[in-house]
Design a protein around this ligand. Structure first.
Ligand SMILES: *Cc1c(COP(=O)(O)O)cnc(C)c1O
Length: 421
């Protein structure tokens, strides 16, 4: 039996419509921005393997650091114990994120980082004797697939089977110059009931690479600050250079109360989640009263091997050559966008940093499930490129090490797709 046949016999893949989906592509190795299947066919990873890979696959430096760590200490429980990697990573991360962030809470993926942030917020108000219990989020937000993270995500076909069980959340539109005043009064009206505001800064990834302006985010944040609403910046997707700066919150002057990280945190090598918070939040849990404890901890909290991958990835991220690669991608993306934006099949293009999105004309069918999406996906896969459109929105967000030739090849195939599809 082939690997694919064995897979189909025993595996249930995520986000896959089982009866009609294409069989999975068996990948045997990765190098740089490319993945290779068992027949040696090359695929350029145009979406950084679900947005996690920032420095390329099987990066030798990360591999070496992980291997060294594995021989020293693979894991130790993090309740009552600590280790060098966790401490160093916390120190180094706190040094590069907004300087009001003072404590690091580890978990093991993005959804759990969000769960932790929300539990911290709600319990912050509980511990300080307030009854703020409502959560504010953007319509069409995406914060993860666990129940709490799903609840603060927009209601959609993805959440529909669970909608009746998801806790109530106040959803507001993304800000723009026309609605910003209105959004601020909506926040004021809820004011003293609001526990927190969770948002994806500048780019809503899963919603379809929907982008909004830093000045509008900043204005909303200033307003939340005034109303005493805690702010959670979900940088799980936008963190570690994706938007052109190290973090999307570097584009605003206001500072969030909490931040969530995962995905690029380990360079896409291992699962790790981080929630950071301010001293003020931490102090609400610092007590002689046992009941003020945050009772939350995952078995693999602060896994030493994952921490070593994150430290290695951070070394690479902070190298000049990485920032130069990011600028190079930004320039190439914008030149390409300029070239295709007036094509009759392109409704609009948008770009933030290394993320370039192109909205295709669809006629009437714009849903995630439209068959244009499947045709585009297959077209690029055949051409040796992994692009995974969100409905009619095609996007590129490559590992920063992608070469000019690889990126140019992706652009050329997109232009050809505009003729062929
Ligand atoms: C991917 C993502 C998450 C969830 O992270 P997982 O590791 O997949 O659970 C949360 N928030 C944002 C903005 C994301 O893009």
């Amino acid at each position: 039996m082939s690997l694919v046949e064995r897979d189909l016999a025993v595996i249930w893949h995520p986000y896959t419509q089982m009866k009609t989906a294409l069989p999975p592509v068996p990948i045997v190795r990765g190098e740089g921005a490319c993945l290779y299947d068992e027949n040696g066919k090359r695929y350029i990873d145009g979406v950084s393997s679900w947005w996690v890979n920032i420095h390329g696959h099987a990066h030798p430096y990360i591999a070496q650091k992980v291997a060294e760590q594995l021989k020293k200490l693979e894991h130790v429980m993090f309740a009552g114990f600590t280790h060098e990697g966790a401490v160093e990573l916390a120190e180094r991360l706190l040094a590069i994120i907004p300087n009001n962030q003072k404590k690091v809470f580890y978990s093991d993926n993005g959804s759990t980082a969000v769960e932790v942030a929300m539990k911290m917020c709600l319990q912050y108000w509980h511990n300080t004797g307030n009854d703020r219990t409502k959560i504010l989020a953007f319509k069409d937000a995406y914060h993860g697939d666990t129940f709490g993270a799903m609840a603060v995500s927009g209601r959609s076909a993805f959440t529909a089977p669970f909608d009746p069980l998801l806790f109530e959340v106040e959803f507001i539109d993304l800000p723009n110059e026309n609605n910003i005043q209105d959004l601020k009064s909506q926040i004021s009206n809820l004011g003293s009931e609001l526990a927190c505001f969770i948002f994806e800064p500048l780019v809503q990834g899963t919603a379809g690479m929907i982008m909004y302006k830093p000045e509008h985010l900043n204005e909303l944040m200033t307003h939340c600050r005034k109303e005493g609403v805690l702010m959670i910046a979900d940088e799980i997707f936008t963190g570690f250079g994706r938007t052109g700066k190290l973090f999307a919150t570097d584009y605003v002057t206001e500072q969030p109360d909490m931040m969530c990280f995962s995905k690029g945190l380990t360079g896409g090598t291992m699962a790790l989640g981080i929630t950071t918070c301010t001293q003020q939040v931490y102090d609400a849990f610092l007590s002689d009263d046992k009941l003020k404890t945050l009772f939350h901890g995952h078995s693999f909290t602060a896994n030493p091997v994952a921490c070593s991958a994150a430290l290695a990835s951070l070394d690479l991220t902070l190298q000049d050559s990485t920032m130069q690669n990011i600028s190079r991608i930004i320039t190439m993306h914008s030149q390409f966008a300029e070239r295709i934006k007036h094509h009759p099949k392109i409704r609009t293009t948008r770009q933030t940093g290394t993320i370039l999105a192109m909205e295709w004309e669809t006629g009437s069918n714009t849903s995630y499930f439209s068959n244009l999406r499947d045709r585009l996906y297959t077209y690029f896969l055949d051409a040796g490129i992994i692009l995974r459109p969100l409905g009619n929105i095609l996007y590129i967000l490559p590992p920063y090490c992608i070469t000019d030739d690889e990126l140019t090849y992706i652009y050329r195939k997109i232009e050809q797709a505009l003729e062929d599809i």
